[in-house]
Design a protein around this ligand. Structure first.
Ligand code: F0G
Length: 482
């Protein structure tokens, strides 16, 4: 490993020489060029990582060297809370990086929330990712995926989304003009704050007859059959960007590792990225221990909780018990199970990053808990009371902390960071309903008027069917620039 004592000494190395995409299953380990796009390992079908030859890379001697960049002005990469740490995600040439100033977020101490849940003062911090340009943590990953799309020369990109990924993709597409965005959302599931973003930023928005899991399955199929570039967290370059959330937490804590990181779990990309970040920092000798991880599911969308906590399915060195997972999914199909939670962002029953999440739980000695909708809303309101408005899914992390404190697994004087993944204004209906009992969507009388605005970009309702979707896309001329 080439150790540098100042980041100014860190001469860039050609990414193709030291980075690749690699199958996460150690028994396969197949490697693929950086300049290729795969949804999964073409050889065995497992998920892919971005892997580096760290010994050939200039790596800072100490994490504190990144402090130099916080003070520097004028370099757009240093203004990004992701690319400021570029030596830790060195897959792109500088001129290919696409940044919109994401990741300028804060780690905020909150003694008020700490007192309510039972932590000592000075022990609870909230990582407020709602401050990102599109209002959620997704921008950390989107800059990674857009950078790779730029390397690939992609012209169209798509994602399925419960709302925030689509808002982020649409925003990056609108600001950069690099490519045209197509987003797949479930019908009636998406919070209006998020839907409004995709429409306003000009993405072609397909409202699939079905839920997120249907849209996720379908977008993968459409991307395989067309030249659309996939922007979901199956894309390993997304998760490279999301590692930076952990770097910023360490940075804000003067590079001291906390005891616990707590995060809501949906499609399980975020927790997967956190595990990779800490495994790499530890391997590089930049931290001397790894914090523990708690992933919090909503009770109405608790696949990870069922598999990991209740059935004991683990990473097991890459030999995860696939039969148990298949059995659960078959049971869901047979009983017609559909996930249901007020935290619509995490209303997901088949998380695509499940194997990586199990790996992260292994790396970080993790635990998984489920919390009810009422408990989510109560803790969301508590977070709001102390001035950190967040959307319901984010409230799950604080609710999960409360459960773990009551169990005694987390100590009153542990240092804890809860991730607030999305801004309160993403889902104002949930907040108003909690405080007033009024369902604003249902209360729309008279029914909405037909669309008239000059720049109107209404969602396109489409059957959950490949031919119907392709036809709709032809008509949509994805995201024509205004
Ligand atoms: N919190 C918020 C606000 C989210 O939008 C999501 C995921 C999560 C938590 C869960 O993160 O999927 O990495 O486990 N939203 C995705 C979307 C699924 O489409 O916007 P995860």
């Amino acid at each position: 490993m080439i150790r540098v004592r100042s980041l100014a000494e860190a001469k860039p190395v050609r990414p193709e020489a030291i980075a690749r995409q690699q199958c996460i299953r150690p028994a396969c380990g197949a490697a693929y060029d950086l300049k290729s796009a795969h949804q999964r390992c073409p050889r065995c079908g497992a998920l892919l990582d971005v892997a580096y030859d760290w010994e050939r890379l200039p790596v800072p001697e100490r994490l504190a060297l990144f402090d130099e960049r916080r003070a520097s002005a004028g370099d757009p990469l240093d203004a990004s809370g992701v690319w400021r740490f570029r030596e830790l995600l060195p897959f792109a040439e500088r001129d290919k990086v696409l940044t919109i100033g994401e990741g300028q977020t804060q780690l905020r101490r909150t003694d008020g929330v700490a007192a309510y849940v039972g932590l000592e003062p000075g022990r609870l911090f909230l990582q407020y990712e709602g401050l990102n340009p599109s209002g959620s943590f997704k921008d950390n990953g989107m800059t990674g995926a857009f950078t790779h799309a730029n390397m690939m020369g992609a012209r169209y990109a798509a994602c399925a989304s419960t709302g925030n990924t689509s808002a982020s993709l649409a925003l990056f597409a609108g600001v950069s003009g690099l490519l045209k965005a197509v987003v797949f959302v479930g019908s009636g599931k998406i919070a209006y704050g998020k839907l409004s973003q995709a429409l306003d930023y000009g993405a072609a928005t397909l409202q699939i007859a079905g839920d997120f899991d249907d849209a996720m399955r379908r977008v993968q199929e459409v991307c395989r059959q067309t030249s659309l570039y996939l922007m979901n967290s199956l894309n390993p370059f997304r998760l490279e960007g999301q590692k930076a959330i952990m770097y910023r937490i360490l940075e804000a804590r003067d590079w001291q590792v906390p005891d616990w990181i707590i995060v809501p779990g949906g499609n399980l990309g975020n927790c997967s990225a956190f595990g990779k970040a800490f495994a790499e920092l530890f391997e590089l000798g930049l931290i001397d221990h790894i914090p523990r991880l708690a992933v919090i599911n909503a009770t109405g969308a608790n696949t990870l909780y069922q598999l990991y906590h209740q059935q004991g399915v683990t990473w097991n060195g890459g030999r995860t018990d696939a039969a148990r997972i298949k059995q659960l999914y078959e049971q869901m199909d047979q009983t017609g199970y559909k996930p249901h939670t007020v935290a619509s962002a995490i209303e997901i029953s088949r998380p695509v990053n499940l194997p990586k999440a199990l790996r992260a739980l292994d790396i970080m000695k993790g635990v998984v808990r489920e919390v009810s909708d009422d408990y989510i809303l109560e803790h969301k309101a508590l977070v709001g009371r102390y001035g950190f408005g967040c959307e319901p899914a984010s409230g799950a992390s604080v609710a999960g902390l409360h459960v773990l404190l009551d169990e005694g697994l987390i100590d009153r004087d542990d240092h804890v960071v809860c991730i607030l993944t999305g801004h309160e204004l993403k889902d104002p209906d949930a907040t108003v309903r909690y405080h007033t009992g009024i369902d604003m969507k249902a209360a729309q009388v008279p029914p909405p008027k037909p669309v008239k605005g000059k720049y109107a970009n209404p969602p396109i309702k489409v059957a959950d069917d490949l031919d119907a979707i392709c036809k709709a896309l032809e008509g949509a001329g994805p995201s024509s620039r205004r």
